[in-house]
Design a protein around this ligand. Structure first.
Ligand code: FAD
Length: 329
């Protein structure tokens, strides 16, 4: 079996999903540790420009799997395109970003190939030629190292924030791009996709946000949310929250961060009045810089914070907003 890692990147409407860069970084890291090579594949219709974008990175080859039948995502279409391709390529490992789309088709694809998928991994270990994938269990209380039985290519999806997309290595020269027109018979696709779901107007994809101001129960009352919004606006960031805030209806559910909300990996995560329960931490500890404001110096959020401000957020945040405004003026 050729020792290569195949990364299946994700595109929507001709735009590469940012988490795909993180997966590529993870693949490059593993390739360096194991002495393997990285190849990438993008599936859809008219995905040539995306394939070229990836080819600028340190990858050995990029495949564009094209078909009119793949213009809209369907699990049947993706599996029909990828199964014969992977059988022919025989990669050692197939890595994917742990997105909703991947959760939908990857188990079916792995099962069709008679192999297994380790989902939502936060890393890997490569020791003495043995590959283990690390994934969190029991709401992040434990990290398990999972090994794979069998000889088939092993599938793993990587959690948002597990690797940094901005650390993906560029290639010395563009990698070759091969376009493969995949035959996806009309009868293969058993579902009729509707127009892609468009989220409500204010809805936000927090996974793509670079700056997040996140609010916890320390904000006390709904009317105080205005302070957090002002801080987010002054920083040019998005507003997010811990679960009790969303449960109270003070922010929509799609702004909840944590095990039952979104997993985010911004450049800056500013947590105000958040205790740092494990269910919250699993959703944000991949942030590059974490600033925490909490009046309790023993709050667990300080264990993951890069900068900790112990004090009353109502004393700290208003002058902070003024300073940010001054600095930006
Ligand atoms: C199955 C399950 C799933 C869950 N999923 C999630 C999830 O996805 N996301 C999530 O966030 N939680 C989740 N939770 C809930 C989680 O366990 C915590 O209850 C929650 O994260 C606590 O939110 P909090 O930090 O805002 O509130 P609290 O734990 O009440 O903390 C409030 C903090 O504010 C500080 N504070 C109070 N007043 C001030 C002030 N004036 N200035 C500064 N600091 C102040 C306090 O010291 C305290 O540390 C889940 C729980 C379960 C059981």
């Amino acid at each position: 079996m050729a020792e290569k890692i195949l990364v299946i990147v994700e595109q929507r409407g001709g735009k590469l999903n940012g988490v795909s860069w993180e997966t590529l970084t993870g693949a490059q890291t593993l390739a360096e540790a194991a002495g393997w090579t990285v190849e990438a594949a993008v599936v859809g219709q008219g995905v040539g420009p995306i394939a070229s974008e990836i080819a600028a990175k340190k990858v050995a080859k990029v495949y564009a799997l094209e078909s009119d039948q793949l213009a809209r995502y369907t699990p049947d279409g993706f599996v029909a395109a990828l199964k014969p391709f992977i059988e022919q390529q025989q990669p050692r490992v197939v890595l994917l970003p742990h997105t909703y789309q991947v959760r939908d088709f990857a188990p079916k694809l792995a099962a069709a190939l008679g192999t297994t998928l380790v989902p939502d991994c936060i890393g890997y270990k490569y020791e003495g030629g043995r590959l283990l994938f690390t994934r969190q269990m029991f709401q992040g209380k434990f990290a398990a190292d999972v090994s794979l039985a069998g000889n088939g290519p092993c599938f793993a999806s990587l959690q948002t924030g597990a690797y940094r997309g901005d650390q993906v290595q560029a290639g010395a020269s563009p990698a070759p791009v091969k376009t493969i027109t995949v035959p996806v018979g009309a009868g293969v696709i058993r579902t009729q996709p509707e127009e892609p779901f468009k989220e409500a107007k204010q809805a936000v994809d927090l996974t793509q946000a670079e700056i997040i101001v996140s609010v916890g129960r320390g904000i006390r009352e709904q009317k105080n949310m205005a302070i957090a919004q002002q801080l987010a606006d002054s920083l040019g960031g998005e507003l997010a929250a811990s679960r009790p805030i969303c449960d109270s209806g003070w922010l929509p559910m799609d702004r909840q961060v944590g095990s039952s909300g979104q997993t985010v990996a911004p450049k800056l995560y500013l947590a105000m009045g958040i205790s740092g329960a494990i269910q919250h931490l699993v959703g944000m500890k991949g942030a590059r810089t974490i600033i925490a404001i909490n009046k309790d110096s023993e709050a667990p959020i300080f264990e993951v914070a890069d900068v900790g401000l112990v004090g009353n957020l109502f004393d700290i945040v208003p002058p902070l907003i003024e300073e940010v405004k001054k600095a930006k003026a």
